[in-house]
Ligand binder design. Structure first.
Ligand SMILES: [Cu+2]
Length: 384
C-alpha cells in the first residue's frame, strides 16, 4: 500500500472520531480533582477569556460575555428554581457555559464538575480552592483576594441592575457536610418519580454547594457570579443523570412539576399569577411542566425544549445536529420580563438565606417568610 493511500485511509478512519469530539474539543466531563494542572489552567484561562470578551447581546449593563451569562440566570431566577424546569434549565445553562468556553475561548476540555462527595468531610481543604490552579479560597463575606478571579468585576447584580460587584465567599463547612453526604445522594437516587427527584436534588444536594461556599454562591439569583457555580451544577446534573440511568427508558421522558414557584412566594410580594403570555412562552398547556417547555437562554445559545435536553449524552451535544426551538423573538423577551420583578428576587433570596443559614426546610421557610413579612412588612436583612 502506498503512503498516500495509507494516509487517506487513516484520515477517513480518524475523521469521524474527530468530528464526534467536535474538532479538538472533548465533551467528556471529569471531576476537577482528576484534571492535570495544565487542564485546570486551561479551564481557568478560558473562564478569564469570557470575563474579558466583549458582550454580544443587547442586555443592559453587561460589559463582557461573562456578565451576559450571569444576566441569563438573574433575569429569570424566579421561574427556574423550585419549579419543574429546575433540573433541565440548569442542565442547559451549564451546557451553554461549556459551549461558550469551547467556541469563543478555545477551551478544548469539557465542563469539569466538583465531586462534592469526595470533599464532604473536609470542604475547606478541597483542591478546588487552590490559589494557583483553582478558584481561590474563603473571604469571610468580602471580595475574594486569592486565586485567579480575585480582581474580577461583574456588572450585573442580583437585582438585575448594573453595579460593579465581585465574587464573595463565606464558607460554612457544616452546611456542606450535611448537604453533600452519601445519605443525601442515596435518598435522591431512591426517589421513584421526577417530581420527587427534582424536589430532592434541588434541596440538600443543591444547597450544599451554594450554602457551603456562601457569599455570591449563597445568593440564589446572582450565584453564577462565582464560576464555581458551574462545577457545582455540573455535579448536580451528573447526579440527576445517574438517577435517570436507573431507569433510562422511562426517565429520558419523565418530567413534571409546576412552571411557577410556590404561589405563596408570589403572594408575598403581591405578584399576580403569570398570564397567558408567559404560559405561551413556556410552551406548556397550563402550569404543569412538560417536555415541550421552552428553556430560555437569552441568546447565549439557542433555546431548547426540556425534551431536547433530557439525554445528557445526546441532545445537548452541539456536534449532534438536532432540531431546536427558535423562540428568541423580541415578543418573548418582552413578555418574559414582565414577571421578573426585582422584589421577587429579593424574596427568593431571603427564603434561600433562611434555608441555608439555619437549615430550615423550604416548606417551613416560606411560611416563616410570610409571617415575618406580614408582621413587620419588611424583609429580613440579607448578609450573604
Ligand atoms: Cu439557579
Amino acid at each position: 500500500m502506498g503512503l498516500l493511500s495509507y494516509t487517506i485511509k487513516l484520515a477517513i478512519a480518524v475523521l469521524p472520531m474527530v468530528d464526534a469530539l467536535g474538532g479538538c474539543t472533548s465533551n467528556q466531563r471529569k471531576s476537577w480533582s482528576s484534571l492535570t494542572d495544565d487542564e485546570k489552567s486551561e479551564f481557568i484561562q478560558a473562564e478569564l477569556c469570557l470575563m474579558n470578551s466583549v458582550p454580544q447581546l443587547f442586555t443592559e449593563w453587561a460589559e463582557n460575555r461573562y456578565d451576559e451569562i450571569i444576566y441569563t440566570h438573574v433575569i429569570q431566577a424566579s421561574v427556574i428554581h423550585n419549579v419543574g424546569a429546575f433540573l433541565p434549565w440548569h442542565r442547559l445553562y451549564v451546557r451553554a457555559h461549556e459551549i461558550l468556553l469551547q467556541n469563543e475561548c478555545g477551551y478544548s476540555g469539557a465542563q469539569p464538575y466538583w465531586d462534592e462527595l469526595a470533599d464532604v468531610d473536609n470542604m475547606t481543604a478541597s483542591v478546588i480552592f487552590d490559589n494557583e490552579v483553582g478558584f481561590g479560597g474563603d473571604s469571610d463575606g468580602s471580595c475574594i483576594s486569592t486565586g485567579p478571579f480575585a480582581n474580577y468585576t461583574s456588572h450585573v447584580n442580583a437585582d438585575g441592575v448594573g453595579m460593579s460587584d465581585c465574587i464573595t465567599r463565606n464558607f460554612r463547612a457544616e452546611t456542606f457536610e450535611d448537604g453533600a453526604s452519601q445519605d443525601q445522594i442515596d435518598t435522591c437516587l431512591d426517589t421513584g418519580n421526577y417530581d420527587d427527584a427534582n424536589d430532592c436534588y434541588s434541596g440538600s444536594l443543591h444547597n450544599a454547594g451554594h450554602g457551603g461556599i456562601g457569599g455570591k454562591m449563597g445568593n440564589v439569583v446572582a450565584s453564577p457570579t462565582d464560576p464555581i457555580f458551574f462545577l457545582h451544577h455540573a455535579n448536580l446534573d451528573r447526579l440527576w443523570w445517574n438517577w435517570q440511568l436507573e431507569d433510562l427508558d422511562t426517565r429520558l421522558t419523565e418530567i413534571g412539576g409546576d412552571n411557577y414557584p410556590n404561589a405563596q412566594l408570589l403572594q408575598i410580594e403581591g405578584i399576580e399569577y403569570p398570564g397567558a403570555e408567559i404560559t405561551d412562552y413556556f410552551g406548556d398547556d397550563g402550569n404543569v411542566t412538560t417536555l415541550n417547555h421552552n428553556l430560555w437562554m437569552v441568546g447565549l445559545i439557542s433555546n431548547y425544549t426540556i425534551g431536547d435536553v433530557m439525554d445528557l449524552q445526546g441532545n445537548i451535544n452541539p456536534n449532534v445536529n438536532i432540531a431546536h426551538s427558535e423562540t428568541e423573538t423580541l415578543a418573548n423577551l418582552t413578555a418574559a420580563e414582565h414577571v421578573f420583578n426585582k422584589d421577587t428576587f429579593k424574596t427568593i433570596m431571603a427564603v434561600f438565606e433562611i434555608v441555608c443559614t439555619i437549615k430550615m426546610p423550604l416548606q417551613m421557610a416560606i411560611p416563616v417568610m410570610i409571617a415575618m413579612h406580614q408582621k413587620e412588612n419588611i424583609r429580613p436583612a440579607l448578609s450573604l
